[in-house]
Design a protein around this ligand. Structure first.
Ligand SMILES: NC(=O)c1ccc[n+]([C@@H]2O[C@H](COP(=O)([O-])OP(=O)(O)OC[C@H]3O[C@@H](n4cnc5c(N)ncnc54)[C@H](O)[C@@H]3O)[C@@H](O)[C@H]2O)c1
Length: 331
């Protein structure tokens, strides 16, 4: 089996490649990544010499390159995306290019060469959920340029399934945490601020609720969907760990033995969704998937991974630890 993984130098893509090579050592993987924000070669340094793994530097909007790569594989896992909501608010253009034009480019190729596709999407496409949880059938109602670009990608996939009969599945997952995540994201940022004894900036009231899943549970779910999911369908993935941001901050401060009030409130993110929540009963019932990692243990392991990663800690500077300047930066 030959796989094309896009965005494999990023957080989830790199964890996925490592899991696949461990569980299916005979599979061959090509990883295409444009090496933009979020990517790091350090994430996959341990498999550099693995003969089953090949890295190609390139952009998923490059049709010639994508055609060449997709024609050689059996299935595409599309992780590549501009992924940071804050950056999508400051500068949305690249999100449209990578997340929508990139999706279109991949779909054209998948259609041409009749290959399978798994599109990695997000709970954010449903927007803020006041009550209950979004099911696979709930309507898309995204709030940020990031989530609307991911919703657009999903709609394109859907149209190619219906119009051209391609074999594709959309997976939607909640907020991931774990090793190899870029330091601009919430949990690594909290760890780095706290480790440096700096007060952690928290958007608004800190009451925004996210449902957290350990990245390895997400990767296992994608593998389960790849093995037994139904083509043409979508699957929600969640671990039922809904928590507000203040709770996460306090848990990390406790693990690090820092004062519980080492944070302050900043101006809220524009269009900040208050709560995301997914109903993941479909994947649990139909594919018998379940989480393996408890939240508190996985969070502690994640904190320890960042603390022991000397290369990453060396790169932390005043820019990494600066709050987002919404008013001056919003374009
Ligand atoms: N992180 C989460 O909590 C979360 C939750 C649900 C879904 N997702 C989705 O999972 C996927 C991976 O997220 P992540 O957190 O690992 O993001 P990430 O930012 O860590 O990694 C994304 C990778 O994609 C690459 N990339 C971006 N645009 C590209 C392009 N045009 N061509 C080639 N490579 C490109 C980047 O260089 C980077 O290595 C994304 O599609 C994201 O929407 C993430």
């Amino acid at each position: 089996m030959k796989l094309l993984v896009t965005g494999g130098l990023g957080f989830i893509g790199s964890n996925f490649i490592l899991d696949i090579l461990l569980r299916f050592p005979n599979y061959e993987i090509i990883n295409i990544d444009a090496e933009i924000e979020g990517s790091s070669h350090n994430n996959l340094k341990d498999i550099k010499k693995n003969r089953k793994y090949k890295f190609v530097k390139g952009n998923i909007t490059n049709q010639l390159l994508i055609d060449k790569l997709i024609s050689k594989v059996d299935i595409v896992f599309n992780f590549a995306a501009e992924s940071h909501v804050d950056r999508s608010i400051l500068s949305p253009k690249n999100f449209i290019k990578s997340n929508i034009v990139g999706m279109f480019t991949i779909l054209e190729s998948v259609r041409k060469y009749k290959k399978k596709l798994i599109q990695i999407s997000t709970d954010e496409v449903f927007g803020s959920i006041n009550k209950g949880s979004a099911s696979e059938e709930s309507h898309l109602n995204p709030s940020s340029p990031y989530s609307s670009s991911k919703a657009s990608a999903e709609l394109l996939v859907n149209s190619y399934v219906k119009t051209y009969g391609i074999e594709a599945i959309v997976t939607r997952c909640t907020n991931n945490f774990g090793p190899r995540q870029h330091t601009e994201k919430l949990i690594p940022r909290i760890i780095l601020f706290a480790k440096n004894d700096q007060k952690i900036p928290i958007y608004g009231s800190g009451k925004a609720v996210r449902d957290w899943i350990y990245v390895k549970d997400h990767c296992n779910a994608i593998i389960e969907i790849y093995k037994s999911g139904k083509w043409g369908e979508s699957y929600n993935i969640s671990a039922n760990n809904e928590m507000d941001n203040i709770t996460i901050v306090k848990k990390i401060l406790k693990i690090l033995g820092k004062p519980s009030d080492l944070f302050y409130h900043t101006e809220d993110r524009p269009g900040h969704d208050l709560r995301y929540s997914l109903d993941s009963s479909k994947i649990r019932k139909q594919l018998k998937w379940k989480t393996e990692f408890g939240f508190d243990d996985a969070l502690e392991q994640t904190v320890n991974w960042y603390l022991s990663n000397k290369n990453l800690l060396k790169k932390v500077n005043s820019k990494t630890l600066a709050p987002i300047p919404w008013k001056s930066g919003t374009k």
